[in-house]
Every structure is written in structure tokens, then in C-alpha cells.
Design a protein around this ligand. Sequence first.
Ligand code: MLT
Length: 205
Amino acid sequence: MDFIHVHRPPAEPGGPILLLLHGTGGNEHALLPLAEMLLPGAGVLSPRGQVLERGMPRFFRRLAEGVFDIEDLKQRTADLADFIVSATAQYGFSTTDVTAVGFSNGANIAAALLLLRPDALGGAVLFRAMVPLVPDTLPNLPAVPVLLSNGRTDPLVSEEETEHLAALLRSAGADVTVSWQNAGHELTDRDVVTAREWLAQHLSR
Ligand code: MLT
């Protein structure tokens, strides 16, 4: 358990767990208010990214904005997946109970988890995600629910990139919903409402 993290059990035993993955410069506390808005009573597992970029925590190294250090990304994705699996044993839940909620850099590592270590997650809400990497072989994501919520005027993530990520995940079998916001890279109220409704629909199945 070598990630600094916050853990809160779900209100109901066996209830959903939100894996909160912050953006660059965030920490394990950054998305706690968002989790409360998205799914009150859900359990929370919220790690802090282990890379520092000029003092700002991130989940993996980048060479420039949007240009990733792929070897580092692969290693850190494996580390995060191992952390999730060890948390299931320590706190008594299952990886299928875990829905990642990631913003920006956190959404990118959540997408990398889906592509490289699908055993670690039951689903994902990705705010402003890019294609983190294209794996050598596609994972098997049978009907794994994924929400991509991106901004139409995001200077960091183009519409093509969002569609590329959706296509990659769909070709692996995931059940992908793409939601477009009239927004840039920042999170808006519409993102929150969209994700809340999507979670209510997909976690009550
Ligand atoms: C990343 O580095 O993951 C993306 O550029 C998003 C960001 O963190 O700004």
C-alpha cells in the first residue's frame, strides 16, 4: 500500500467504490467533494499521484503537455493496479465494485488502466481524457461501462482524440458513452450532472 491515499468505506456494505484520480497539481483530497456530488454514500479510494512535476503531483511523467513518457506510464499503471488490488484485500471489496473517476491526468491513467490492467476496474468516468497509449494487444473489456465527458473547446484534447479513445475502448468490448460539454479543459456543472445520472443508471444494474 505505498500510495498516500484516503479510504472511506461505502455507507452500505458491498456498495460501490469510487477510485478518485486527480489532475496535475491535485492530491488525494482534491476530488472528495466531487465524489460526494456524484454518488453520496459511495466508498472512496483516493490515491495521490507519485510523480512530481515542479512540485505538482501527477500519476505519470510527461515530456511535454500531452506527450507522455510511455515506459513510465506503463510502470505507473501497473503500480496503481497493484495498489487497487492490494486495497481490495486490505479494505474488503472487489475490483468489480470499483469505478474510476478521473480528471485530466487522472483520467489518462484511468484509461491506461482500462487498456493495460482491466482486472483492476469495474468501470470508469473519464473527464477530459486523451489516448494515453495504444496497447500492443487490445484488452478484453466485455460490457465494461465507461463514460467519456469531454469539452468541445478543450485546447488539450481534440474531438478526434476523444473519438479515437472511444473507438479503442469500444473495440475492446467496453460499453462507452461519449458526452460533449460546451466547455474547455475545466470541469463544469454539466459534467457533474451527466456523470451523476450515468452512475445512477450504470451502477444500479
Ligand atoms: C496529462 O499530462 O495527463 C495531460 O496533459 C493532462 C494534464 O495533466 O494536464
